[in-house]
Design a protein around this ligand. Structure first.
Ligand SMILES: [Zn+2]
Length: 458
């Protein structure tokens, strides 16, 4: 499908989606969705779109029967997500929070505790997909199925970057109340320019928002009241802002400062032409999305996002210097500023050149010590694939990849105090595995039990 056909098809799909009918065409492969490319196809159902089956909502309440609110996982090899080797431990969970981690011989718990035998098994933190797009396509049942499927692959937390905050808040609250089986859902509010909103066909996904006035989708310029804009975004329940294209250095600076004042994380798309990634990273944003894009940002950078986007889509990889000093400088500055790289390698796998480029940049980022997260950017549930790619293609060790998908993911979302590692006081989002994932990362899919918020998932 060429560029024009793709745009035509995408417009068709956008037209078909309306909030009232919730009717969506049978597609979808989203590739490079909000970030580099969008591509929809009908023939990918088998890969990333779950089979349409309605699930009954039945988070296990085996430990939440009357008078029982404790779980003990006994005798398990604990991989805490902080980089230590497996250690034989027993852990106690009370009302969803880890309260004790002890040597197995120590007596733990009470007679009311629900006991899980962790013998010969490995306990790791639940996986975090820091970059999903839940709300593109799919009706409510479809979304719930998708979320459930993600949970069943071991993903216990997701962050959506650019969706309808009203719907996302609904899923987030449903999950918190235990009414759906889903990873925990966090989400962002997007800031861009009025010009971008006018030109970008993807904005058709938000027909009500095309004037840039929705609190989760705001068009901003130099005259914006940034305090108010960020407060409105915060009010949606978003925990991050995402800065998309065409924003000036001054605007990014103002939005970043205000977002940090309000405790929101700042995620930034590097293709902010005419600003370069180097300009932006010095502003102290928290996360850059998409490793591959760091190469499209310096010498001879175009003056405008859509000129670049068209060239990218046409596979005209101009201005690409994956091994250049410029990319190294950006990565070193990221390291200095503790900027996290949301790599999203899996999103580039449909382009040989793009994949190679992104792989080189992630490798270099990893060598330098830049923190990497396992965002995927593709609708569906390819989080495990991203994890495997980081090990098998980029060269992270399984332990490092697990840190990317748990500890680093939590930090990128801003929930590191409560999530991302197995420690006393943290939320019990856990995977009990039948085999050691540090020997083979693919053992992550050999799941014996998944716990989310201390509940065993059936
Ligand atoms: Zn995205």
């Amino acid at each position: 499908m060429n560029w024009q056909e793709d745009v035509k098809w995408r417009k068709f799909c956008v037209k078909k989606k309306s909030r009232n009918s919730r009717k969506t065409p049978r597609y979808i492969k989203i590739r490079f969705s909000w970030n580099a490319r969008c591509h929809l196809k009908t023939n990918i159902m088998s890969r990333y779109i779950p089979v349409l089956i309605l699930f009954f909502l039945s988070v296990s309440d085996s430990h939440s029967q009357e008078g029982i609110n404790e779980i003990i996982i006994k005798n398990t090899y604990l991989i805490d997500g902080n980089g230590s080797n497996p250690e034989l431990k027993s852990i106690k969970i009370v009302n969803g929070i880890i309260t004790e981690i002890e040597k197995p011989e120590r007596l733990l718990g009470t007679e009311n505790a629900f006991i899980i035998d962790g013998s010969d098994r490995y306990l790791i933190p639940g996986l975090i997909d820091s970059h999903v797009h839940l709300m593109i396509g799919g009706d409510e049942n479809g979304q719930k199925e998708l979320l459930f499927k993600m949970l069943k692959t071991g993903v216990t937390t997701v962050q959506d970057l650019v969706g309808d905050a009203r719907d996302l808040a609904y899923y987030s609250k449903q999950q918190k109340r235990g009414l759906i089986k889903s990873p925990e859902v966090y989400f962002s509010a997007m800031f861009t320019t009025a010009d971008f909103m006018k030109k970008d066909f993807r904005m058709g996904m938000f027909p009500e928002g095309q004037n840039g006035e929705l609190p989760f989708l705001q068009a901003v310029d130099e005259n914006t009241d940034f305090k108010k804009a960020i407060a409105r975004a915060h009010g949606t329940g978003a925990t991050a802002i995402k800065l998309y294209a065409g924003l000036s250095e001054n605007i990014i600076k103002n939005l970043t400062n205000e977002a940090h004042e309000m405790g929101l994380k700042v995620w930034c798309h590097p293709a902010q032409f005419p600003q370069t990634a180097q300009d932006i990273v010095e502003i102290d944003i928290d996360v850059f999305c998409h490793a591959g894009l760091l190469a499209y940002t310096s010498q001879n950078a175009p003056s405008e996002y859509h000129i670049w986007f068209k060239k990218l889509y046409d596979n005209d990889h101009y201005d690409v210097f994956p091994e250049s000093l410029e990319v190294d400088t950006i990565l070193n500055t990221m390291l200095e500023h503790n900027t996290i790289l949301d790599a999203t390698l899996v999103a580039w796998k449909y382009s040989d050149k793009g994949f190679e480029l992104a792989t080189k940049i992630i490798k270099r980022a990893h060598e330098l010590g830049v923190k990497i997260t396992t965002g995927t950017d593709i609708q569906g549930f390819p989080t495990l694939e991203e994890l495997y790619l980081l090990v098998e293609v980029v060269g992270l060790s399984p332990k490092e990849a697990l840190i990317s998908s748990s500890k680093n993911g939590a930090e990128a979302i801003g929930i590191e105090k409560t999530h991302g590692t197995i420690e006393v006081g943290k939320v019990a989002n856990l995977l009990l595995l039948n085999e050691n994932p540090l020997i083979n990362i693919r053992n992550v899919q050999k799941i014996d039990k998944i716990l989310i918020n201390g509940n065993v998932v059936d």
